[in-house]
Design a protein around this ligand. Structure first.
Ligand SMILES: *Cc1c(COP(=O)(O)O)cnc(C)c1O
Length: 485
């Protein structure tokens, strides 16, 4: 490997603004006053927030330094499995910030936002086309929100047919949000164990599917990065007992233009625009988890629906079977615009190519690293691959140690200890936007770390060494956040 990409140089320390402030310091200078002062109303005095006094350069340096401590896809490779942290073209951000879009208020009348409504109607149609489904809603604000929407749709569909059910099948490879969404909707999740090939077998589903089960919630490709090959047969079993098939489509980045979920038995599914379609996941910003359905479920979609009447787009609230509103306004329009721009720029061939490259990159990592790290399911993967720390266990080096050490080599660590079905999991999703050189550097870093595990395990146990902070107490950081200065 060439010189380490890890931080070494001029990364400056920075105190809190409260520690930095000096009473009386100021960020501007005004000419001397030539009118008499006019005192504030007494009730306004002394009630302002206790902001520190700072100069302009204090503030600029503070935020610039903090921004340099950050790591994102614009900084380097971010192989966080299950998150699709790909590089997203800046042009899509640009289209989303055009003043006509970014300046529109959600309460403006339909007649003044025909462009946004048209964009949304077309995006719904594109997503339905990409997934092979019949209709879509853009309202859900996240993947998990889409799952809940899907569960509510399934619930409404059963109610309309006059027979409510109580259970939903959820495989053990499901994303953690799946059983949560099932429970939130009032159903009971029924776990099914995946087989030794890391996928769900039709027999396991047949053994639990009954007439009290409303359906199955299946992630495809699943959280092991494997395609659920039995899905056609599984869908047939579920449908034969009057259930519906929900597909968690957050991993669509692996199969765009390759698999039409509507053609393989899926009745309802969600997508994560903030993974697959040009917004990064985990950025803390707004998301969008559109839900696509087959014709039978369309009447239940949330209101308002975007319709076209006499050549004009309108919002239709008159849908008696609808599950209702999912949020106050339209959904997160900025995220939709980026997805729209991305899909239009890529076209069907471009999307397919992106998925093919994502799968190629993941398989390249898998093949190159499988002698360095233990690979529990040695078979072609989709967009991500899952290793473990089994080879390093004799040296008392864990997944966490290796992930922390990777930061010293200048890479964001992969996802660790997920999926739960694999002990000591290390889950990598390189995405289509990493070059072969970047992948090779990443592979070399892991090879070096595996060598260190043998020769200098202490180095790993105390990693990271070059980062601003060493090992944090992650539990305390989550449970007892210190937000004030
Ligand atoms: C990311 C992800 C989700 C959840 O999406 P959020 O937008 O974070 O709520 C659900 N399922 C799978 C498989 C995912 O990868």
């Amino acid at each position: 490997m060439n010189d380490s990409l890890g931080t070494t140089g001029l990364i400056l320390n920075e105190p809190l603004l409260w520690e930095k402030g000096k009473a009386g310091r100021c960020g501007f200078s005004l000419p001397k006053r030539d009118v008499d002062p006019c005192p504030l109303e007494p009730e306004l005095v002394g009630h302002g927030p206790d902001f520190p006094d700072l100069s302009e350069v204090d503030v600029v340096r503070h935020y610039t330094r903090l921004s340099q401590w950050n790591f994102g896809v614009d900084t380097g490779m971010y192989p966080l499995g299950s998150c699709t942290m790909k590089y997203n073209p800046k042009t899509n951000e640009r289209q989303a910030s055009l003043p006509g879009f970014s300046g529109a208020h959600p309460l403006i009348p339909e007649s003044l936002c025909q462009g946004i409504l048209q964009m949304m109607a077309e995006l719904e149609a594109y997503l339905a086309e990409i997934t092979g489904m019949d209709a879509a809603t853009l309202q859900p604000a996240a993947g998990a929100h889409g799952e809940l929407t899907g569960m509510l749709l399934i619930h409404a569909w059963h109610r309309k047919r006059g027979g409510q059910r109580t259970r939903i099948i959820v495989p053990d490879t499901a994303h953690g949000t799946n059983p949560a969404s099932v429970t939130l909707c009032g159903y009971r999740p029924v776990p099914v164990v995946s087989n030794d090939r890391g996928i769900l077998s039709a027999e396991a589903v047949a053994a639990v599917m009954d007439e009290d089960t409303a359906g199955i919630m299946i992630t495809n490709p699943n959280t092991l990065g494997l395609f659920e090959e039995g899905i056609l047969e599984i869908a047939r079993i579920v449908h034969a007992k009057g259930g519906l098939v929900y597909c968690d489509g957050a991993n669509m980045n692996a199969v765009m233009g390759v698999v039409k979920m509507g053609k393989i038995g899926v009745d309802v599914m969600h997508l994560n625009l903030h993974k697959t379609f040009s917004t990064p996941h985990g950025g803390g910003g707004p998301g969008s988890g559109p839900v696509c359905v087959k014709k039978d479920l369309e009447p239940f979609l949330p209101v308002p629906r975007i319709v076209k009447r006499e050549g004009r787009f309108a919002l239709d609230h008159d849908r008696p079977d609808s599950i209702g509103r999912l949020q106050a306004f339209y959904g997160n329009v900025g995220v939709m615009l980026k997805a729209y721009s991305y899909i239009r720029a890529m076209g069907p061939e471009g999307l397919k190519k992106a998925s093919q490259m994502a799968v190629l990159n993941a398989n390249y990592l898998k093949e190159m690293l499988k002698t360095t790290l233990h690979l529990p399911y040695d078979r072609p993967c989709m967009h991500e691959c899952v290793f473990t720390d089994k080879f390093q266990a004799p040296h008392h080096v864990t997944t966490l140690d290796m992930a922390k050490r990777l930061m010293d080599y200048g890479f964001h660590p992969p996802t660790v200890y997920f999926p739960l079905v694999v002990a000591g999991a290390i889950m990598m999703e390189p995405t289509e936007t990493e070059s072969k050189e970047d992948l090779d550097n990443y592979i070399a870093a892991f090879e070096a770390i595996a060598e260190e595990a043998k020769t200098e395990p202490g180095l790993l146990r105390h990693a990271p060494r070059k980062c601003k902070v060493r090992r944090l107490d992650e539990t305390a950081a989550a449970r007892k956040p210190c937000l004030a200065g």
